[in-house]
Design a protein around this ligand. Structure first.
Ligand code: FES
Length: 227
């Protein structure tokens, strides 16, 4: 597998800054896979299937306890990294069975984003991900589009944005403002577009980009989803 294909299979699921060490759990999606995204107290990011292996309750209802994630229903705890169950509160003297394990995915941090690879044999994250967003650019917004990622990409192409195979980023001008965009294929008819710009926050150029993003979404959602 070459580097370009590797990049395409890493999904920009969340902003890295939205995950606080030992604190919150963020719901995410990639290619229809529902995810629980969190950061252990030691700072390591985690991307897990959003389902407790005990009774399938969503992990996003639970809480982070140090370097573990605790399920909301019966309080079973799972270790960061391995996903291994480490504690069953109803049976404190019992060692948790070794085969009880949360499903975990490979995760990487680059360009201010958390990236997830869904394959159980994920290769190391391509170094090019770090160049997806130019250093010093400002985050604008994450646009939600009720359309396929393919429809979003087609719309960006029609607006004259260029795609960089190596980084997976789209760059060009939206509303006259320089922009860089990452597209997340969340579900068959749901995509997210993370947008950055070199325009200053609050500037007219940034406001123009916000307006152009809303217009782009209108165009995307008005069109039939391509096969
Ligand atoms: S469903 Fe999660 S601990 Fe029981």
């Amino acid at each position: 597998m070459n580097d370009i294909q590797d990049t395409a299979r890493w999904h920009p699921v969340a902003r890295a800054a939205d995950l606080r060490p030992g604190a919150n759990i963020v719901a995410g999606f990639a290619e229809g896979q529902e995810l629980a995204l969190w950061r252990a107290a030691d700072g390591t990011p985690q991307a897990w299937e959003n389902r407790c292996p005990h009774r399938s309750v969503r992990f996003t209802l639970g809480q982070v306890v140090g370097n573990r994630l605790s399920c909301a229903y019966h309080g079973w705890q799972y270790a960061a990294g391995s996903g291994q169950c480490t504690s069953i509160p109803a049976h404190p003297a019992m060692q948790a069975p070794r085969n009880v394990c949360a499903k975990t995915f490979a995760v990487a941090e680059a360009a201010g984003m958390l990236w997830v690879h869904l394959s159980p044999e994920a290769p190391p994250a391509p170094s090019a991900l770090a160049d997806a967003i130019p250093a010093g650019w400002h985050f604008c917004r994450t646009l939600t589009a009720r359309a396929s990622a393919g429809a979003v990409r087609a719309a960006m192409q029609r607006r004259g944005l260029s795609f960089d195979d190596a980084t997976g980023a789209w760059t060009g001008r939206l509303g006259g403002t320089r922009a860089a965009a990452l597209v997340l294929d969340a579900q068959p008819a749901l995509a997210f577009v993370h947008l950055w710009s070199d325009a200053a926050p609050g500037s007219d150029a940034m406001k123009n980009l916000h307006a152009a993003a809303r217009s782009l979404r209108g165009d995307i959602e008005a069109l039939p989803t391509p096969e």
